[in-house]
Ligand binder design. Structure first.
Ligand code: ZN
Length: 133
């Protein structure tokens, strides 16, 4: 395993614009950028905090997994993402250990990253993302 740091914490929000007020204006975090990720049907805003980031996720479609999450649980922490240098290799290694994956193959994430999610059933119900930049 080549997990090196907490890359970011993903937070589900109703509105990236409304939630950004707290992170930008109250906490004073630097907005790195916004992005739309069609594969996940989300709009994303990334804030820098040290070597990690806060990722705000707003659904762009009612069938987005973030929309489903908001309906069930409301706004809040959605996932933790670990930074890796080789997401393909990490996924292969996890599958060799018979860890249940949501993504058996990495897919495009925000800001040109490659990501893969571990199934929450394998990780004590904490949705876990692997993220390579
Ligand atoms: Zn994420």
């Amino acid at each position: 395993m080549d997990l090196s740091k907490i890359d970011h914490i993903g937070i589900a929000v109703e509105s990236v614009d409304e939630a950004s007020v707290f992170y930008r204006d109250v906490l004073g975090l630097e907005l790195i950028g916004t992005d739309e990720v069609p594969s996940q049907k989300v709009r994303v805003a990334m804030f820098k905090i040290g070597e990690s980031k806060i990722e705000l996720l707003e659904p762009t479609s009612p069938d987005s997994s973030i929309a489903v999450f908001l309906e069930k649980k409301g706004q809040g922490i959605h996932h933790i993402a670990y930074g890796v240098t080789d997401v393909n290799g990490t996924v292969t290694e996890l599958m060799e250990k018979e860890v249940k994956m949501i993504d058996k193959e990495p897919r495009p994430g925000a800001g040109g990253s490659k990501i893969a999610f571990i199934h929450p059933r394998a990780s004590g119900r904490v949705l876990t993302e692997l993220c390579q930049h």
